[in-house]
Design a protein around this ligand. Structure first.
Ligand code: COA
Length: 293
């Protein structure tokens, strides 16, 4: 039986207009889960700022927000570059005023055995996922501290922050940093009215999953028709379930929640047994030949 399916996309638990007059700045919101989170804020009345590197992603995000009747601004931004982030916040402030909510969604990831990972591959993922998250939070936080205004930050995390992520050592280490950063910032900025939380998605398939990740899932879990059976919920997640959690955390009803990491994965990451399936080395899982220097 499993956990029942959620209400359909378009339903909201929060009151209509919960985010009227508010602006949500979200990185990487042109695709996938970022777009799903932005959509739930848009549905509840928020104006949306989408910061993204790629024109086609910005366009896709803009189209999706306009289809929901939301005000939207897209800005080109590589979150590895603090000056580009400052310029993106300037553009957002000029159009809508200082955003009230920051969602640090943009991240980088690809499966690779640790011994094959080049220093630049490691640096790139850590730079985008951890450094980029901090740079955006820093810019947003400083502006609110200066203005004396309350705000909410949601950092997107991952369950391998706790467990390690074989085949994803760079991303797992970076996401562990993101979770830890959430906890430091929540305490540092709480006195100034800034809430900081971390939100972790489970498997929520979507058409924008990178080819690398799709191939990895297919190799390790079979096709999409098998994915439900590999989850304790007996189903995968729906992307609106992540969006609902994000809007709740940033809403007036979630104000006392700060420094928290909320996992929306149907308990998948706690799945353990006394004997696990036989160990398959990462190279073998990925269909890679034996390592050679
Ligand atoms: N396997 C191994 N190494 C890889 C790789 C892969 N699949 N993809 C990229 N790299 C390495 C590159 O070879 C390069 O290292 P090198 O200079 O030593 O060769 C390094 O990573 C940087 O890659 P590059 O393509 O120059 O960086 P970029 O800034 O243009 O791209 C990425 C960023 C790497 C994260 C790219 O994969 C990307 O944009 N992905 C889409 C966003 C995403 O990852 N989303 C995940 C959501 S879960």
């Amino acid at each position: 039986m499993g956990i029942p399916a959620p209400p359909p996309v378009g339903d909201t638990a929060l009151k209509p207009g919960t985010f009227d007059g508010q602006t949500v700045f979200i990185t990487g919101a042109g695709t996938g889960l970022g777009k799903a989170i932005a959509s739930e804020f848009a549905r509840l009345g928020a104006s949306i700022v989408i910061a993204s590197r790629k024109l086609e992603h910005r366009q896709a995000g803009e189209d999706a927000m306009k289809a929901l009747g939301a005000e939207v601004l897209t800005v080109e931004c590589d979150i590895r570059d603090p000056d580009a982030i400052a310029a993106a916040f300037d553009a957002a402030a000029e159009r809508f005023g200082l955003p009230n909510v920051l969602v640090n969604n943009a991240a980088a990831n690809f499966p690779v055995p640790a011994e094959d990972m080049s220093p630049n591959a490691w640096r790139t993922v850590v730079d985008i996922t951890l450094n980029g998250t901090f740079f955006c939070a820093r810019e947003f936080g400083r502006r609110h501290l200066d203005a004396g205004t309350p705000a909410s930050i949601i950092n997107i995390g991952a369950t391998y922050a706790w467990t390690g992520g074989p085949g994803f050592a760079h991303s797992a280490a970076a996401k562990a940093g993101v979770k830890n950063l959430t906890e430091s910032l929540a305490v540092e900025w709480g006195p100034s009215g800034i809430q900081v939380n971390c939100l972790v998605p489970g498997l929520m398939p979507h058409e924008d999953m990178t080819g690398d990740i799709q191939e990895n899932l297919a190799r390790t879990h079979g096709g999409p028709n098998k994915w439900d059976l590999c989850q304790p919920a007996m189903r995968v997640g729906e992307r609106q379930e992540l969006g609902w959690a994000a809007t709740f955390l940033a809403s007036p009803y979630g104000r006392f929640i700060s420094g928290h990491t909320l996992v929306v994965d149907g308990a998948n990451w706690q799945r353990r047994s006394l004997t696990n399936p036989a160990v398959v080395p990462i190279r073998e899982q990925m269909g890679k030949p034996p390592f050679e220097m």
